[in-house]
Write a protein that binds this ligand. Structure first.
Ligand code: NAP
Length: 263
């Protein structure tokens, strides 16, 4: 049997990070090489507060990142410089930050991976939205997340809007005009030519509805992550595959298409 993949979890004290630590520890072909977070914490594996020290001292195969956007971008560049493949789940990175990671991965010939959503059902929801987009010309997205989420719109909503825009060949969705507003912002924000409404409430994990409209009909595509475990098969698949990727790959759908199977 090959030696286990050694995985560093960055943001290991966070909601997603803790779930990733458990998933990696329970995967038969992986081990937690280290946890990294801003504060010290006792753990049954090495713990660091600086990524560079973690990379140098534990020499991992992959670094899974669930932190904040600016931290994730810097961590990914540090990982690539150390020859470690980043698997980035953190949302909210700017296009420029993603391009910087892409350039660094290409220059260093290190595989890297970013997914705005690691849940298989969410990936299918986005693919189905892409299928519907050229045919039904009105569409709005409602994304609902827990009240601790720091970014809006969600990375999944932004990615869905991009996929819809691509599928429509750049033609923006038809936007029903509102002639008189009595409440500012009530129609949501626009990204990729698509209106997005962000709901933040305790009790939610990660949920999204894509509602298409046409004369006399609507089509609603909805996905619900009811627990953070929904993201783990996708994270583990990415860890297994990231080192063989040709530079940066964005989106779990690319790993599924190549495998032809669910994670
Ligand atoms: P969280 O509970 O706030 O966890 C983030 C953790 O990262 C915190 O412990 C935070 O520490 C730590 N951190 C911040 N900066 C760091 C740095 N430079 N180095 C090391 N650790 C650092 O957040 P979460 O709910 O786990 O979400 C994390 C990210 O994952 C968000 O961007 C969220 O949108 C995204 N997410 C993605 C998916 C997906 O499928 N792709 C699914 C769910 C969530 P402090 O709290 O002390 O600052």
């Amino acid at each position: 049997m090959p030696p286990p993949l050694r995985v560093i979890v960055i943001g290991a004290a966070g909601r997603m990070g803790q779930t990733v630590v458990d998933a990696v520890a329970n995967a038969p072909d992986m081990e937690v090489a280290a946890g990294v977070d801003v504060v010290e914490r006792a753990a049954p594996f090495p713990w660091f507060t600086q990524v560079d020290a973690a990379f140098a001292q534990t020499r991992p195969d992959a670094a899974v990142d669930f932190t904040t956007a600016d931290a994730a971008a810097a961590n990914a560049l540090a990982a690539i410089a150390a020859g470690v493949s980043p698997v980035i789940g953190t949302t909210g990175m700017t296009a420029a930050q993603v391009e910087a990671v892409r350039a660094a991965a290409a220059a260093a010939r290190v595989g890297a991976f970013v997914a705005p959503n690691f849940a298989l059902g969410a990936v299918l929801m986005m693919q189905m939205a892409r299928l519907a987009a050229p045919h039904l010309h009105h569409v709005e997205i409602i994304e609902l997340h827990h009240d601790q989420k720091i970014d809006a719109p969600s990375g999944t909503a932004a990615r869905t809007a991009d996929l819809i825009a691509q599928a429509r060949g750049g033609r923006p969705a038809v936007d029903a005009p509102t002639e008189r507003f009595t409440l500012e912002g009530v129609r949501g924000g626009v990204t990729g030519g698509v209106r997005v409404h962000s709901v933040r409430l305790p009790g939610f994990v990660a949920h999204q509805e894509v509602i298409f409209g046409g004369p006399g009909q609507t089509l609603t595509i909805r996905h619900d992550s009811t627990s953070r475990e929904s993201f783990m098969p996708g994270v583990l698949l990415a860890v297994r595959r990231v080192r063989a990727l040709p530079g940066l790959v964005v989106g779990l759908e690319h790993l599924l298409v190549e495998d032809g199977v669910a994670p």
